[in-house]
Design a protein around this ligand. Structure first.
Ligand SMILES: C[S@@+](CC[C@H](N)C(=O)[O-])C[C@H]1O[C@@H](n2cnc3c(N)ncnc32)[C@H](O)[C@@H]1O
Length: 358
């Protein structure tokens, strides 16, 4: 049997003078969970707290009676999954007639909203005969093909967290939320957009900021900032023409108007104290740049950004060259620095720092 879907949002029976409630609170709620880059949990929890009608929030798990489309607008999450639990001791129990019917209904509801055209399974032992049978049954029932490598509807199975059964998580969108619709140009070493969003939220968002993004690459930090709201100026540069072209493609796809140019960030010719916020995703020394090159680039970068930053300005830096960067900050007479976060992203563990002029 599936766990009864506790609908905690039905208003009590009709009263004479019932206060006005949002009609969505009378719709059945579903349970969801957000997936995030490890390290971004607190940023996602803060964003989730702003979603109207999200209730009974436990970490990144919550009940929501509203339009699931609202969840696709979350910018710190890799994905949102709808969850349902079944009282079965093993996944094999999901192959029973009743359970399979309920599972199919549950997945059909997710497909009706997301428009997925194929599916895949994500579970320990997904090569097992039980999982293969489950895939066959679902292929027949859902009438979309099973594509083990790149199916759009990712169905995850795992033991129930607070009970004896198993729960099924279905990704609500065909692509991860981190694959932004504006990303038409992908650059090797491009930043995960959820990390770009988190960096801006933690570095602080002010309408009066004049913002510089040296080494902008494909424009991730620029676009994510522009989508957050107004600022006084937003400018990006990169030394590679291909990166500038890539950023321009993505900016146009996002429908934004952001200035980017092919300029060496260390030789911009701009006057001192031109910016209130500088946000930089520096070369990490593997996909982009070399460790040897970074040993010269990083100190020169810190020196020039100190010149370009206003007295009360902030410098946010994302890097995987942790030893090099922290070595430069140690005993620095120019900068006060603190670590904002460290994430696991694409096999790397970059850190984000916030620096102020001493
Ligand atoms: C880690 S990548 C940035 C990726 C970017 N955040 C994105 O999402 O695509 C670093 C970028 O720094 C650029 N770069 C390296 N040295 C530079 C310099 N002196 N001035 C400007 N850009 C530079 C590289 O061309 C590369 O595009």
């Amino acid at each position: 049997m599936p766990r009864p879907q506790t609908d905690r949002f039905q208003p009590a029976g009709k009263r004479k003078s019932r206060p006005k409630t949002d009609y969505r609170t009378r719709q059945p709620a579903h349970e969801y969970e957000l997936e995030v880059l490890p390290g971004l949990e607190h940023v996602a929890a803060t964003e989730l707290a702003t979603v109207p009608l999200a209730r009974d929030i436990r970490g990144l798990r919550f009940w929501f009676p509203g339009d699931p489309e609202r969840l696709t607008r979350l910018r710190s999450a890799l994905a949102a999954y709808r969850i349902r639990a079944w009282d079965v001791p093993r996944p094999r129990g999901l192959l029973g007639n009743q359970q399979l019917g309920e599972l199919t209904d549950f997945l059909r509801q997710v497909i009706a909203v997301g428009g997925h055209t194929s599916f895949r399974l994500g579970a320990a032992g997904k090569e097992s005969s039980v999982m293969q049978r489950l895939a066959e049954e679902l292929e027949n029932a859902l009438e979309i093909p099973f594509r083990p490598e790149d199916g759009q509807l990712l169905i995850r199975l795992r033991p129930e967290q607070d009970g004896p059964g198993w729960e099924v998580l279905a990704r609500t969108t065909p692509k991860p939320l981190s694959a932004r619709p504006w990303r038409e140009c992908n650059m090797h070493g491009g930043l995960n957009a959820t990390l770009a969003y988190a960096t801006h939220k933690l570095a602080g968002q002010r309408d009066v900021d004049r913002i510089f993004n040296p080494m902008c690459g494909s424009g991730t930090l620029l676009i994510e900032r522009d989508l957050l709201g107004p600022c006084d100026a937003l400018v990006g540069v990169d030394i590679e023409q291909s990166a500038v072209d890539c950023a321009k493609t993505n900016i146009a796809a996002a429908g934004r108007n952001i200035e980017v140019a092919r300029i060496d960030a260390l030789q911009t010719g701009l006057s001192a104290r031109s910016f209130d916020l500088i946000v930089a995703d520096l070369p990490w020394g593997d996909a982009v740049g070399t460790h040897g090159g970074n040993a010269a680039l990083y100190p020169a970068f810190l020196q020039e950004m100190h010149r370009l930053l206003s007295r009360q300005g902030r410098l946010a830096v994302i890097t995987h060259e942790i030893r090099l960067f922290e070595g430069l900050l140690e005993g620095s007479t120019q900068w006060n620095a603190r670590e904002l976060l460290q994430v696991a992203s694409g096999g790397h563990n970059p850190k984000v720092y916030l620096l102020n002029r001493r």
